[in-house]
Write a protein that binds this ligand. Structure first.
Ligand SMILES: Cc1cc2nc3c(=O)[nH]c(=O)nc-3n(C[C@H](O)[C@H](O)[C@H](O)COP(=O)(O)OP(=O)(O)OC[C@H]3O[C@@H](n4cnc5c(N)ncnc54)[C@H](O)[C@@H]3O)c2cc1C
Length: 402
């Protein structure tokens, strides 16, 4: 069996940056990098392969991501890793910060009266060509590093710890490693949850974040003032408001969830799109119930993401009306109508949107789990976002190589 110092499982955003950091700062480590998807430039499916969902997402690098990382690891580590990540990003993107605006004051007043907090989202916008250029830079570094083994097109399905070593089973056989950095992110959320349960480290798996993706002509949402903000209340999340292009729903039958992207220039339109998500409590069953609901809605809508007029659901004429889990929707849309007039008469929505995240685990400031030597980064650590995944990948790499 091949033995490694560090195995990185998942070469999405977190995994790619973990590998890059190891190649530069800890080149003596013997490393293997796994991914279900194809190797660089040969992507097979949207959420899998080198850099994970970055090449197919909305390409917005939200700067408030860094705060989420700071909360976990402390400001110092988060800042210095962010500087490192930025030094790569700025080689291929001008990194012009898009400062977010607030909605018009009348709108702000209305939503605040309804107990929503408004979170603005400053960001950098990325387009496919700069993601391609970044892929080139990182992949060349990794290919020129003798201590790196690539294991793409290969699914890891089991990790156990035995006598201080991790045994990693994948479609192409078993390997062992002293340390593991788990970065299976967006498409690996269910497997990560199973793994955490097997390892006995789950702290909480109580919520399914389910909802819809709304789309409305910008002329019907002038009060938003082209903000990219998110409106947050205990039971609801609206946003971020996205003004680049129209919604492109993608069925991910293997994951049984739908995802949406909207930053493609060729679909540029005057529309605004946003997610409307409501977390539902299912004690100890959040991930399983998310999957059940996604499957059910897929079946109800003939195995695909469906676009519907909002008024269908208001009139109880939507297939969705028969699912008790979506009972909150008509009332919520009435509430949204009170500050976004026209959503009911002019809006469209796409069903379902399941906002996946693995079960919660305890993670140290070093991004190490309760299993010694098992590190997590990106969505595996419960933190969403491209920038946070990149920064956490670097931090996990530094700590795993100690
Ligand atoms: C459509 C879409 C749009 C988005 N838009 C934005 C945005 O604009 N801004 C933003 O900040 N965030 C956005 N996100 C979220 C962001 O992309 C993720 O939070 C981020 O990519 C997470 O990084 P990660 O490294 O944790 O996981 P990922 O980037 O998802 O990478 C995980 C990798 O692990 C691999 N993998 C999974 N399971 C296994 C296994 N068992 N064995 C081997 N490999 C495995 C996958 O193939 C994948 O390459 C978007 C997500 C989607 C889906």
């Amino acid at each position: 069996m091949n033995n490694y110092d560090i195995a990185i499982i998942g070469s999405g955003v977190a995994g790619a940056f973990a590998a890059l950091r190891l190649s530069e700062k800890h080149p003596d480590q013997k490393v293997i990098l796994f991914d279900i998807g194809k190797i660089f430039f040969k992507r097979r499916r949207f959420l899998e392969g080198f850099l994970g969902c970055f090449p197919n997402g909305d390409g917005k690098l939200y700067t408030n991501n860094i705060d989420s990382v700071s909360e976990l690891t402390g400001i110092k580590k988060a800042k210095s890793s962010y500087n490192y990540v930025s030094s790569y990003l700025s080689q291929v993107n001008n990194m012009k910060l898009i400062k977010d605006t607030l909605p018009q004051s009348a709108f702000q007043k209305k939503v605040k009266e309804l107990n929503f907090d408004i979170k603005t989202n400053d960001h950098y916008q990325w387009k496919p060509d700069s993601i391609h250029a970044l892929t080139k830079i990182i992949s060349e570094k990794l290919e020129n590093w003798n201590n790196m083994t690539f294991s793409f097109d290969n699914e890891v399905y089991k990790i156990i710890k035995k006598r201080g070593q991790f045994l990693i089973s994948s479609e192409s056989g078993d390997v062992s490693a002293k340390k593991v950095i788990l970065c299976v992110g967006r498409s690996g959320w269910r497997w990560a949850t199973e793994l955490y349960k097997d390892l006995g480290i789950t702290v909480e798996d109580d919520y399914a974040r389910i909802g819809i993706r709304c789309e409305l002509s910008g002329s019907n949402a002038k009060e938003l003032n082209k903000t990219h903000c998110t409106l947050i209340r205990d039971d609801l999340e609206l946003g971020p408001f996205n003004w680049n292009g129209t919604v492109i729903p993608e069925d991910h039958a293997d994951m049984v969830i739908s995802t949406f992207r909207s930053n493609e220039e060729r679909w540029k339109s005057e529309k605004v799109s946003f997610s409307l998500i409501s977390p539902k409590l299912y004690k100890g069953q959040g991930v399983a119930q998310s999957e059940r609901l996604a499957k059910l809605t897929f079946l109800l809508f003939n195995d695909r993401v469906t676009k519907e007029r909002v008024k269908m659901v208001m009139k109880n004429e939507s297939q969705l009306s028969i699912l008790p889990e979506f009972n909150w929707l008509p009332k919520t849309l009435e509430l949204v109508e009170s500050f976004m007039p026209n959503i009911i008469s002019k809006g469209y929505f796409h069903i379902p949107e399941i906002s996946p995240i693995p079960a919660k685990i305890d993670v140290s400031k070093e991004l190490e789990t309760e299993v010694e030597g098992l590190f997590v980064a990106g969505e595996c650590a419960g933190v969403r976002g491209i920038l946070s995944a990149a920064v956490m990948g670097c931090i996990a790499a530094d700590n795993a190589s100690k």
